[in-house]
Design a protein around this ligand. Structure first.
Ligand code: AMP
Ligand code: ZN
Length: 714
């Protein structure tokens, strides 16, 4: 897309713009140079989202974006349809109008092994009369399919697959996907209208984060990134769609026209497939290259073009072996006849094209039997049903119990005790029940009866209007008390090592520990009488408890287990206050001013600090010496002042979060990615692609963990 010269020119221009922001003379932007600023922003979107190799920091991008936004506000007549600011829609969408695809979206035929592929190749050779066919193989992305239409270089609409003939027009949401260009120079190929197919997906990292946020709200996580992508595309709030960080791969051109004649691809039409007077590619891989050259993320780096099926069989096997290393989920490969004229000749059945076939990887699914359901009471009183299943291996792990989330979920999946069930584990995600198999029922299956009373304290359960989860609202419920203590001592909260879940349960049962403050008044003499508690382990426990008193404030806040307050929100709160009791004076409105604190979160924090029992507990903790003040980020030594750091790979002497904390305490900053703004990349074991990228930027200092430790000690 951008050659070396253009890259250097745009990067230089960017630096100039950035210096303008710093010099605060942004008023120099005028109608004559605003398009140049836009080009810089487009270039950096491309570097980040298509090449996944950014040259500037997120912070710098945001600042440039603001600069453009302000300039366009000054004179709205300067706004163009494909300005980077135009991705942000009006906010809320009423509904998605139905739209017909220019060419129907078909399914693919499936294959599962080399024999299937050999068969398919034999048919292709027979039909074509060729002794050897050229194929292109590329990943089968596990996401939601979309189709995009560009008219005169401008993105006109993005449509879901729907029933294949018609789908929903979701253009405002598609514009949130930054790897989809708002305009592209199709005219340079003689094209004036084009329909492109692709797949929208959530990478593994963002998918895991998204599921985490669902579970924090007591909602069932999604079984796979496909469902997450499809669901995200249908949200009626474009801002929320933007927050999901969707990605798109474009892998097929289904229709195009040029000024002289209509050329339809893969649809039996009388017109010649390719007009010799235009520049359109004549192969599938050529089309993918064209898309890539125009700024789309097409699988050019992932694809392979091979003559004859054997090469394809080898390639797909090799790809399957490295499936887990990819940042996104794929469920197989798609093999396509590369020559578009031959595709046309092979044609299609009513269901699928004859020129393409999906090669499905081994499913990470397994069947098992649902043996029973246990109901667990969590820290917030939520009652979670957990299915006990006959132990089974899926995707390399043995599963014998699986959360089934809530009552609605059980109903929706029609689960009964004794059912044969299908379970799936995608990527690193926790296993899920895909479905039950009612056709295999014998009649002995039993309905799952949701309890009406807390399985632990026997209090009546309660389900708030509009929520999916039944709760025990007795805050003295033993289960909750124990879970709260377990959470308080846990690794991400107060991190009281050698305490742990098992000890909390044991001490609680023996009545040595009855609440959170009790951690700090444990009767050591009683512990000495217990089996397995020698002098050494008691000493270690005492040291860990003592050390936890001076943990940073955000750990204490997170440790309190306030509903909806995860680590990030805890950090935000700790930064906003000087003492924990400041929060008891915060109004809902004040809480809402804080970053990422919405109505639900604000309400929960507010209620927590209005509750007398909670305040009493905090006062006890304070008396016992637990630190309640925020450590203001006055740098401890400041010897890293202004320097930027990034970590890659596994550190051996400390956790990455600890290392990052040290950098920040010393006045340094952690960057989100490798760019010319980065001063130090600290490389641990099994470093990833960041290291490779950093090697290409001479100004970055690459440090080993030891070198890093020396640097901070200096
Ligand atoms: P299936 O839904 O199993 O019939 O598979 C067909 C679907 O695979 C298409 O509708 C696309 O959404 C999806 N797909 C993912 N990657 C590709 C690819 N590289 N080429 C074609 N289709 C793909
Ligand atoms: Zn209870």
């Amino acid at each position: 897309m951008y050659n070396k010269q253009q890259t250097i020119a745009l990067q230089n221009k960017t630096t100039e713009w950035i210096s303008k922001i710093n010099a605060a003379n942004a008023s120099e932007i005028g109608k004559e140079n605003i398009e140049n600023l836009r080009n810089c922003l487009r270039f950096h979107e491309y570097r980040y989202y298509v090449m996944t190799n950014p040259l500037i920091s997120d912070f710098e991008y945001d600042a440039l974006y603001k600069l453009l936004e302000n300039a366009e506000k000054k004179d709205p007549s300067w706004i163009t349809k494909d300005s980077p600011t135009q991705r942000v829609g009006s906010g809320l969408i009423k509904d998605f109008p139905k739209t017909q695809h220019l060419v129907p979206m078909l399914s693919l035929e499936n294959s599962y092994n080399a024999d299937d592929l050999l068969d398919w190749d034999r048919k292709a050779r027979e039909l074509s009369g060729l002794s050897e066919v050229e194929y292109c193989a590329e990943p089968k992305f596990d996401g939601a399919s979309i189709s995009l239409v560009y008219d005169d270089n401008l993105l006109m609409r993005g449509v879901t697959r729907g029933d294949g003939e018609t789908g929903d027009d979701i253009t405002p949401n598609i514009k949130q996907i930054k790897s989809v260009p708002l305009s592209a120079a199709f005219s340079s190929y003689g094209i004036d209208q084009i329909e492109i197919r692709g797949e929208v997906l959530l990478n593994k990292n963002n998918f895991a984060k998204y599921n985490q946020s669902l579970m924090e709200e007591g909602l069932p996580p999604l079984a796979n990134p496909r469902n997450a992508a499809a669901g995200s595309l249908r949200i009626k709030d474009t801002k929320e769609v933007g927050r999901r960080n969707l990605e798109a791969f474009l892998y097929h051109v289904s229709y195009l026209t040029n000024t002289e004649k209509v050329v339809k691809i893969n649809k039996q039409v009388d017109l010649p497939l390719l007009n010799e007077t235009t520049n359109e590619p004549s192969t599938h891989s050529g089309m993918l290259e064209m898309l890539w050259n125009l700024g789309f993320r097409s699988p050019v780096k992932e694809m392979k073009v091979v003559k004859g099926i054997q090469g394809i069989i080898d390639f797909v096997a090799a790809f399957e072996a490295k499936r887990d290393e990819l940042p996104y989920e794929i469920d197989g490969m798609v093999i396509k006849v590369n020559d578009l004229a031959l595709q046309e000749k092979l044609g299609m059945t009513s269901h699928h094209p004859r020129w393409a076939i999906a090669y499905k990887f081994k499913a990470r699914q397994a069947t098992s039997k649902l043996l029973g359901v246990e109901f667990q009471v969590g820290r917030t009183g939520a009652v979670t049903p957990v299915a006990k299943i006959a132990a089974v291996a899926v995707g390399g792990v043995t599963v014998s119990s699986i959360s089934v989330h809530n009552e609605d979920y059980i109903k929706e999946k029609d689960l009964r005790i004794g059912d044969i069930i299908l379970i799936e584990r995608s990527g690193d995600v926790i296993p899920q029940i895909v479905r039950s198999m009612p056709e295999l029922r014998t009649g002995d299956e039993k309905l799952i009866v949701f309890p009406t009373k807390c399985p632990v304290c026997k209090d009546e359960l309660f389900k708030p209007e509009g929520e999916a989860v039944w709760r025990c609202i007795n805050i003295n419920c033993e289960a909750q008390v124990v879970e709260r203590i377990i959470h308080f001592v846990s690794k991400d909260a107060m991190d009281i090592r050698s305490f742990g879940e098992a000890n909390v349960r044991k001490f609680y049962e023996m009545e040595l520990l009855k609440d959170v403050p009790g951690i700090y008044t444990l009767n050591i003499d009683e512990l000495k009488k217990l089996d397995g508690f020698g002098a050494k382990s008691i000493k270690n426990l005492q040291i860990a408890i003592e050390a936890s008193k001076s943990q940073p404030l955000h750990r204490l806040i997170f440790g309190l287990g306030i509903r909806y307050v995860g680590e990030t929100t805890a950090k935000t709160l700790a930064q906003a206050i000087t003492h924990i009791f400041d929060l008891s004076n915060y109004s809902i409105e004040q809480l809402l001013q804080l970053q990422d604190v919405g109505v639900k979160v604000a309400g929960s924090i507010y209620n927590f600090f209005k509750n007398a029992d909670n305040i009493h507990m905090l006062q006890q903790l304070q008396k016992l010496g637990v630190k309640m003040e925020a450590q203001k980020s006055a740098p401890v030594s400041g010897n890293l002042n202004g320097q930027t750091f990034l970590f890659t790979g596994t550190l051996l002497q400390m956790k990455r979060t600890e290392a990052e904390e040290i950098v920040e305490k010393n006045g340094g900053k952690i960057l989100g990615g490798v760019s010319s703004k980065l001063n130090y990349l600290v490389v641990g074991v099994d470093a990833g692609s960041k290291l490779e990228k950093a090697r290409n930027i001479p100004s970055i200092n690459i440090l080993t963990e030891d070198e890093f430790l020396k640097l901070i000690a200096s």
